[in-house]
Design a binder for this molecule. Sequence first.
Ligand SMILES: Nc1ncnc2c1ncn2[C@@H]1O[C@H](COP(=O)(O)OP(=O)(O)OP(=O)(O)O)[C@@H](O)[C@H]1O
Ligand SMILES: [Mg+2]
Length: 290
Amino acid sequence: MSGPAEPLPTLPRVPPAFACQGLEKRYGGKLALGGVDLRVEPGELIGLLGPNGAGKSTLTKIACGLVRAGAGSAEVGGAPAGSAEARAAIGYLAELFRFPDWLTADELVRLHQRLAESDGGAKERAELLSLVGLEDAADVRVGAMSKGMQQRLGIAQALVGAPSLLLLDEPTSALDPIGRRVVRDLLRELRSRGVAVLLNSHLLSEVELVCDRVAILSAGLIVAEGAPSDLTRPRGLEVETETGVRSYPDATREEVPEIVAGVVGSGASVYGVRLLESTLEDAYLEVLGG
Ligand SMILES: Nc1ncnc2c1ncn2[C@@H]1O[C@H](COP(=O)(O)OP(=O)(O)OP(=O)(O)O)[C@@H](O)[C@H]1O
Ligand SMILES: [Mg+2]
């Protein structure tokens, strides 16, 4: 006979890297956030999208503790946003940052090590500069750097002290395509280390490539949320033949072999077959009525 059922072992609950509920903010009479709920799990990369003035930077600043919410709650790793514990867990690159012109890259990161009380020393500085592709620029002064180099330096300083939540407010706006790829690879690497990232961006194709989930803010409210693939949808099939491209706008993936066989059966030569998907930009414009 079996005894009384053992209680099921409960897994330790890992608090979300960031969570807010009913978050509201007004600047005077101006509504910036009108009740936002958002959750970012450890190791999750979330893109925060939305038109100018939608409230993205305000939400990020509340997560940092730089702006106080009017109502609702915001927590970082289970601690109230703005508390010492929450601040110790974040790395932040502001949208409109300006570093002292006279500091070298190495000195700037060292300054942030002091501010963040990181004891990582020269090893951490070298690692971070290398992560953002500035390993050869340790002695270059900020004033002599291009905007893209400064932005990469900004990401390096945000990573001082190994934060578990990285808040990046438009970190790639000044980067060239190679710099963007460096940052994309870096974000993927951080995700594999369990770092959560909240990324504000207007570069939808970038966000689509790298984010696990996106939230679209409009006038202080989240109007759409999901994986990029959930927000996009199929847009049919194109078959390229010697006489031009034949379109099948309603075709599904399952119908592709039959359609291609039909084209070949009609005597045409097939040079390319493309299944089309709407982009995140299409979804964004649709949601915002653009
Ligand atoms: N310090 C402030 N004082 C007054 N109003 C502010 C302040 N900061 C932001 N706002 C207003 O709050 C709203 C949200 O601004 P926020 O900067 O969060 O938008 P955003 O989504 O980051 O926009 P952008 O894409 O242009 O960076 C805007 O209407 C803005 O004018
Ligand atoms: Mg902003």
